[in-house]
Design a protein around this ligand. Structure first.
Ligand SMILES: Nc1ncnc2c1ncn2[C@@H]1O[C@H](COP(=O)(O)OP(=O)(O)OP(=O)(O)O)[C@@H](O)[C@H]1O
Ligand SMILES: [Mg+2]
Length: 283
């Protein structure tokens, strides 16, 4: 397949670049690892040497101003075809993700909740989730309808979603908050090894925020690594992260514990950038 061959070539080039002298690649089992990632779109470098390790069992938050490249990072992890990876590596439990198609990444246990979830007209939530869950079963194994619906209703209850949603087309006509809940419903049903949640809090009223946070917290545990992308400290009161990273202009400029989010809220992004070990980049 020409597309696959092209991708492989790109991945090989990225790997070769990551292996250049001075940059050491230590494979990590049980972690989602981004190493010296550089991403370009429309001739502009958006991610500029970003490294990050999210082990299973931990919740990491990335905070950063508008346009700093947070969604770009999330989309590149999931395998969005529009972005060009010019250097670096992304691996999940030692598996090089860059050589895999988006569906292969998902089957291996990577999940992305989008900042702007797409509508899928004509496909009901029930059918969509059933197909997604079925696709992740080993060959020849059939999903039992009764088990599936029992689990679906349980998770919907957890997220405060009315059962009538199962027969609605995915995200079609959904309010902003309903779309975000639907993303978390997918997360709950798929039980991935790693979840990247892009601005799951945006557009949620305070009650919905608490419900969604409760849903995410109920999934926390030693088997899942969560990367939570957000602008605001608010959601981190409810989903308390193990580590917080500040991303400015395409790289992590500061990392710390949960208190870093509070400090950032108080002092702003300029403070994070100014005190960073890495030089700030001005476009
Ligand atoms: N398809 C594209 N074509 C051109 N520029 C793009 C494209 N996708 C992203 N960019 C640019 O890349 C930069 C980073 O965008 P990105 O969406 O990753 O930022 P973000 O940190 O998620 O911002 P926000 O907090 O507003 O969601 C922006 O300047 C954006 O305009
Ligand atoms: Mg974004």
């Amino acid at each position: 397949m020409p597309l696959r061959a092209g991708r492989r070539k790109k991945a090989e080039a990225a790997l070769a670049s990551a292996a250049k002298p001075g940059i050491f690649w230590v494979p990590e089992m049980n972690a989602l690892v981004v190493k010296d990632l550089h991403v370009t779109i429309a001739g502009q470098e958006i991610v500029r040497g970003l490294s990050l390790v999210v082990p299973r069992g931990e919740v990491h938050a990335i905070m950063g101003p508008n346009g700093s490249g947070k969604s770009t990072l999330a989309k590149v992890m999931a395998g969005h075809p529009d972005y060009e990876i010019t250097a670096g590596k992304i691996a999940m439990d030692d598996q090089d993700l860059l050589e895999l198609e988006p569906d292969e990444r998902a089957r291996l246990g990577l999940f992305l909740a989008f900042q702007y979830p797409s509508e899928v007209p004509g496909v009901t939530i029930a059918n969509f989730l059933r197909a997604a869950v079925q696709a992740r079963l080993p060959d020849g194994e059939e999903l039992e309808a009764t088990d599936f619906y029992a689990r679906l209703y349980e998770k919907m209850e957890l997220l405060g979603m009315d059962r009538s949603f199962t027969s609605r087309a995915v995200n079609e006509g959904f309010s902003g908050g309903e779309k975000k809940r639907t993303e978390i419903l997918q997360l709950a049903m798929l039980e991935p090894k790693y979840a990247v949640l892009d601005e799951t809090d945006s557009g949620l009223d305070i009650d919905a925020l608490k419900t969604v946070a409760h849903g995410v917290n109920s999934l926390r545990g030693p088997d899942i690594g969560i990367l939570l992308i957000t602008h605001y400290q608010r959601i981190l009161n409810y989903i308390v992260p193990d580590h917080v990273h500040v991303m400015v202009q395409g790289r992590i400029v500061r990392s710390g514990g949960k208190e870093l989010a509070l400090e950032l809220e108080e002092r702003g992004y300029d403070w994070a950038r100014d005190g960073a070990a890495e030089p700030a980049f001005t476009r």
